[in-house]
Design a protein around this ligand. Structure first.
Ligand SMILES: O=C(O)c1cc(C(=O)O)oc(=O)c1
Length: 307
């Protein structure tokens, strides 16, 4: 065992070892379209500008989880603890035998040759993060310049923001020239009504802009009332279900799902990933919706050459 040179953020919750075998059988070819690798820190050091220091979560451990849960492929999203150093994510993509694609974080200083290298490794998107506890502010003109460059490669932009910030970010988001994928439904406050003003604005954002997609992921982050996906719970995070199910049913061809393993920054519990998979049929109740969410949509976005 290598020893990590990094000390975890106090109170850090490690990912759940020994997840249940899901009862829900994933459709063949399912994609876990939002997950991360952390380090290992001894091999891929965490970025100096990071806001948290995680436990290690290696590509080998990610691929073991993929196989255990019954996924065929992964989309590895650059985690903020690695800043714009994409080496750990790229290493996972390269080691996956074509079964992982990536989403990178880049700065405007990146060269065209470096972008092309990322593409060759399997990167198909960049992530713009507006969650203040995770990143320092990047000027919008820098992000727009990056978006224009990656549009030429056929990539998309992944955006992560809090629901309260959508009004202020609306004009920027709707000016992006690519497909735009929202992380975790734009983090709705699920104590508000699903037909209340906040979530209605999000639904309008998707309805009025056909290039906007959403990940209906992270019930464990959004839920207030639970119950938690632990100890065999088959009806976890009930307060999130109406939100995610509404998005899946209204926009069946523009939704993605991911485990979010290894679940950075959870504060009160770490879910059993097997039980998180059992959450899927609650939000995508028919085989057709499940196939679109888990296979057709992620394949169209990340492996279009195979569709
Ligand atoms: O809510 C979070 O803390 C979080 C953090 C990161 C990251 O640090 O990249 O990614 C996520 O998808 C969610």
């Amino acid at each position: 065992m290598s020893t990590t040179p990094f000390e975890k953020t106090p109170g850090w919750l490690d990912w759940y070892a020994g997840p249940a075998k899901p009862r829900f059988v994933l459709p063949p070819g399912s994609v876990d379209a939002h997950c991360h690798v952390f380090g290992p820190g001894a091999e891929f050091p965490y970025a100096p500008e990071r806001k948290y220091t995680p436990c290690d979560a290696s590509k080998r451990q990610l691929f073991a989880l993929r196989d255990h849960l019954g996924f065929a492929r992964n989309v590895v999203v650059q985690a903020t603890c690695h800043g714009a150093d994409n080496r750990a994510m790229v290493d996972a993509c390269l080691a996956s035998a074509g079964r992982a694609r990536g989403v990178a974080t880049v700065r405007r200083s990146i060269t065209d040759a470096e972008l092309q290298q990322l593409h060759t490794a399997g990167v198909r998107g960049v992530r713009f993060n507006f969650v203040k506890r995770l990143v320092d502010f990047t000027p919008k003109d820098e992000l727009m310049e990056i978006a224009a460059r990656v549009a030429e490669l056929g990539w998309h932009v992944v955006i992560y923001f809090e629901a309260v910030d959508l009004p202020e970010l609306w004009d920027f988001f709707t000016a992006l020239p690519t497909t735009v994928v929202v992380d975790h439904m734009g983090r709705p406050n699920v104590t508000q009504p699903v037909d209340g003003p906040e979530f209605s604005l999000f639904l309008r954002f998707m309805a009025e802009h056909e290039n906007v997609w959403s990940k209906v992921s992270c019930p464990e982050r959004l839920s207030v009332s639970g119950p938690r996906a632990l100890n065999g719970e088959q009806a976890a995070y009930r307060d999130v279900v109406p939100f995610a199910r509404t998005v899946v049913e209204r926009f069946p061809d523009r939704v993605l799902w991911g485990t979010d393993w290894p679940h950075p920054n959870l504060k009160d519990h770490m879910p059993d990933d097997g039980l998180l998979v059992d959450f899927i049929p609650h939000i995508a109740p028919t085989p057709e919706l499940q196939r679109k969410l888990l296979v057709d949509n992620p394949m169209r976005l990340y492996w279009p050459e195979e569709t």
